[in-house]
Design a protein around this ligand. Sequence first.
Ligand SMILES: [Zn+2]
Length: 157
Amino acid sequence: MNSIVIPLNGWAAGERLFRFQAGLEFFQAFDNTEILDAAVEVEVKAVKEAGHKVEAELHLSGTVTVACDRCLEALVLPVEARPEEVFKPESPAEDWDLSQAVYDYVCLSLPLQKVHPEGECNPDTVRFLGQGERANEEAGASANSPFSALKGLFDKK
Ligand SMILES: [Zn+2]
């Protein structure tokens, strides 16, 4: 299992740091097909007060790999999130599963536009995928010709 569970019992009041690795399996467990690979370190700073009150802060850092929106090649995105939210367990008696919160915050930390920096996309795939679009813009109605797309292949380079 690859879930992020904090034991609520068995440690004295005070502060305690828990560390987990959220890898690909962790994201697959949420049926996420967008993330192709992942290496996210999850740090949970849990504070237990007398009377079994527990609170925790999360710190997520690492990388996830997705497919670039522009060239479809692997794109490694940095993950760095320190949610301001203070997490509290629903029941202080059971183990505390933070998997959903971690998953949500990793996904939230990803940019909407997942593309390589300008100039770092695979030029072959971009040319292949982008040709139809460009032909439409440049040639207008004649872009419907099956040959206009082919022409784009030989124009450059
Ligand atoms: Zn790209």
